[in-house]
Structure formats: C-alpha cells, structure tokens
Ligand binder design. Structure first.
Ligand code: ADP
Ligand code: ASP
Ligand code: MG
Length: 440
C-alpha cells in the first residue's frame, strides 16, 4: 500500500492511513511519501543554498520546523511517543541547518530532498506503535538501489529487501503487522543518496510489490482512480475502472499525474495488478490496472506540456537511406529522447520534452537540411484499445479535434494511443472537446 503526499498530509490523515492499513488484519507493506508540500520546501531550501543565501534557507527551515512541531501536538496521545518523535525531528532539522555553510552541489541537494520521506515514515511508525500495532520501519536506503544507468536494480532490491525484512522481524517478539518504508529515495550505483525523480514514490511501491511478489499493489491518493481526462483542467471527468498495463503506462507518461510514468513497468513484468484508490473515499471502486483489455474502448485522454517540435527538411532525404539514422544519432548524442516522429519523403518532424541541448542539436541538424523549431507545444494523447483492426475511432477523435490547429499526428507506434501535437494555448479546449465527443 503506497500513500501519497496528501494521504499523509496532516496528522488526521496519518491516523486514517493507520486505520486503512490495519483494516484487513493481514500483514502489509507500506510505502509513504513525504507530507504534501514538504518536498517542495526542501527543494526551495536547496535553491537558496545553491544561490549562497543561507538566510533564505534558514527561513524556510524554521517555517517547516514550526509546522512539524504543530503536527506533533495533534498526532500523539502520549508524551512518550511525542518525545521520541520530537527528538528525531530535532535531529532532522539540525541536519538541514548543517548544510547552510557548506559547498552545495546536487549531492547535497539529494540528501536534503530525501528528508521529507524520512520524517513522514518516522511519524507514522511511531503513531502506529503508540496505538499498539507492531509496525517496523525499514530504511529504503538499505535496499532501494539504482545502477550506473540510474535504473533500479531489481535483483539487488529483491535480495536486500528480503534480508532487511528478515533481520527486522527476528528482533521482534510478536509477528510484524506492518512494514513501513520511504518512497522516492534510494542509493545510486556509487552508494550516494539519490531519488527516483519527483512523484517517484509510486515507483518505489511497484518495485517493492514486484520484489515481494505481492498479491496487488495499491496506490492510495486523493482521487478515486485514473480519470478519463485531466481533472485539473476539464469539468466532470469520470474514473476509469479498468486499464490495461500499456494504457496506464501511456497515460502516466503523457501527463496523467496520478501515476509516475515508470511505475507501471515492474508491476507489468511481475504480472501484479495495480489499484488506484482514494484515501478520502476508501470504498470507491478506483481503477484496476491489469492484463485485461476492454475490446475497442477509448479509455482516457492526457496532455504533456513543454514540448518542442523540430522539423528538418532536405531534398537529400528523397530516396536516400541512412538519413533518419543520422538525424536520430544527433539526438542520442545529446541524451535527448524523442517522443513523437512523423516523416514524409522530404522531411521529418520530431518532438522532445527536454530542450536543454536544443541549440547544439539544431546546429548539428543544419548540416543535413533546413531546420525549424516550434516551442510552447503540448502532446494530447488519446488512450484505449486502438488496434488498427478496430475501425472508426480515428474519425471520432479527429472530429473532436476539428477546430484545433494540429502540428503533428502520431498513430501506429503502439496499439494503445493516438497523439496530437498542438499549441499549449489550445490545450484546454482540445481536452474539453475530446471529453465532450468521446465520453458523453
Ligand atoms: P500523490 O501525492 O498521492 O502521489 P499526485 O498529486 O501525484 O498524488 O496525483 C494525484 C493527482 O493527479 C490528482 O489529485 C489529480 O489532480 C492529478 N491527475 C492528473 N491527471 C489525472 C487523471 N487522469 N486522473 C486522476 N488524477 C489525475
Ligand atoms: N515526495 C516526493 C515528491 O513530492 C515523491 C512522491 O511524493 O512521490 O515528488
Ligand atoms: Mg504522485
């Protein structure tokens, strides 16, 4: 069971999480995010330190500490557990203050942003113990590890997790009811503190679920499952009750914030269903992600911002071989992944979401043809069982997009999505129109 930032966002919510976790009476493995807002504050502290402004960092640290001090008052009933937790938090804030005069690099930043999950897990495990539950806290840094490509190492994780759990259980007189660990944080191939990117607690949960061969992986959040469109932008979106792994992965990758993009993969390989559930409405059905496909159904729409489109036109491409390879190699040499590709006989258009090497990439592309760039674009992705033998879905989707200027269209790369590249300023009306046409 993984609980996100809002689900552990207040002492009251932590108490409700405790009830949910112990409801079944079965032993559970729990992954927690930092309390909502904390990781952002830790990033802000790091920003001040990068800018050599320790006073700015101190101000944020003091504000955060006052907030946690208030939480302690609300969370605990006994002085014993309140004091144990207060001592732990004091050390945490001292640790955060210790950075202010040091040299500051991404190494220090990663150590700072890791502390949100350290604090939330410590608070919850102590609350559970106060309630008489045999809960054990495992340090994710002991078993979550990435390799030299910054990819999680499943073999290491499985072995180390089993050993860590066994060691923890052997020190207990009664059977462990709840194992708790931190989402998001890990060690990298060099043994340094690192993380699985923002929103990465979902990824921790599915890696742990796969390592334990869990019955299911539950992602508890603040909404009743994956909705058929972005609820932050479109009115009256509806939960989708069933998704195929690939459909969920496409939606997560193309902007459905409810799931971290890489979270689906470990669960899919292990064949473990993932359920998206709502902490505020625990009885709602939510979404089940599994191997099952609902034939011919369009499931949902998502949007990804900050996209740049690059077009290279060259008469040299006409009837030539090796042109695309040369173009793609340029992107590869700058570690810039391509999202969408469309080709014609004389040109190719691609979209990227990381434009940090755009200048260099353009300079190199210009050796092969005329290059044009459109910034401020977004990808709209329609997801479902869109196998090419299912007829008619293209017409329905196109009809919804008929008033929106479209820069690129991509279909056929997978059986699960059709994507459009449009201007960011048209995003809202494109998403709304797709909802009106596809889900009413
Ligand atoms: P957590 O802190 O629990 O990880 P997140 O904020 O990362 O939660 O994800 C949940 C949020 O994702 C929702 O509150 C919602 O605003 C947003 N969201 C974006 N797209 C979707 C979607 N298609 N379905 C459901 N939620 C979505
Ligand atoms: N706390 C981290 C973040 O805010 C990880 C997570 O919540 O998934 O990004
Ligand atoms: Mg999240």
């Amino acid at each position: 069971m993984k609980f996100g930032g809002t689900s552990v966002g207040t002492p009251q919510r932590m108490k409700e999480v405790t009830k949910l976790v112990t409801k079944s009476g079965e032993p559970v493995f729990v992954v927690l995010s930092a309390m909502s807002g904390t990781t952002n504050s830790l990033v802000e502290i790091s920003d001040y330190l990068y800018k050599k402004n320790p006073d700015g960092a101190h101000e944020v640290i003091n504000m955060l500490e006052r907030k946690y001090e208030r939480h302690l008052g609300e969370l605990f009933e006994t002085d014993e557990y309140r004091n144990i937790t207060r001592d732990f938090l004091r050390e945490e804030f001292q640790y955060l203050r210790s950075f202010t005069k040091e040299l500051f690099t991404s190494f220090e930043e990663k150590s700072i942003v890791a502390q949100g999950e350290m604090m939330s897990t410590n608070m919850v495990v102590n609350y559970m113990k106060e309630q008489g539950i045999n809960a054990v806290l495992l340090n994710a840094l002991d078993f979550m590890r990435t390799d030299k490509n910054a990819e999680p190492d499943p073999v290491y994780i499985k072995e180390k997790l089993a050993a860590t759990m066994e060691a923890a259980a052997s020190g207990e007189d009664t059977p462990v009811q709840v194992y708790i660990t931190q989402g998001f944080i890990c060690r990298n191939a060099y043994g340094e503190i690192d993380n699985l990117q923002r929103g990465g607690s979902d990824y921790t949960a599915s890696l742990v679920g796969a390592a334990l061969n869990a019955e299911e992986i539950q992602i508890w959040t603040d909404i009743d499952g994956m909705h058929n469109n972005d609820p932050r932008i479109v009115d009256k979106t509806q939960p989708v009750h069933q998704l195929q792994f690939e459909e969920a992965a496409e939606l997560a990758y193309f902007g459905a914030k409810i799931l971290h993009p890489t979270c689906v993969q470990p669960a899919k390989y292990a064949g473990i269903p993932v359920r998206l559930l709502n902490t505020m409405q625990p009885d709602a059905e939510g979404t089940t992600i599994s191997n099952q496909t609902e034939y011919g159904k369009i499931k949902a729409v998502a949007a990804k911002d900050n996209i740049t489109a690059i077009k290279i036109k060259s008469s040299r491409m006409l009837l030539a071989t090796g042109f695309l390879r040369k173009v793609f190699e340029i992107f590869e040499s700058y570690q810039t992944p391509i999202d969408m590709v469309c080709t014609s006989e004389v040109g190719v258009s691609m979209s990227i979401d990381n434009s940090s090497h755009l200048g260099e990439i353009m300079d190199e592309l210009k050796k092969y043809g005329t290059v044009t760039v459109d910034t401020g674009m977004c990808i709209i992705c329609v997801v479902g069982d869109l196998d090419w033998s299912n007829i008619g879905f293209e017409t329905r989707v196109m009809d919804a997009m008929k008033d929106v200027p479209v820069r690129m269209i991509s279909y056929g790369g997978s059986n699960y999505n059709i994507s459009f590249l449009i201007r960011e300023e048209d995003k809202r009306r494109a998403l709304q129109s797709l909802s009106d046409h596809l889900f009413k």
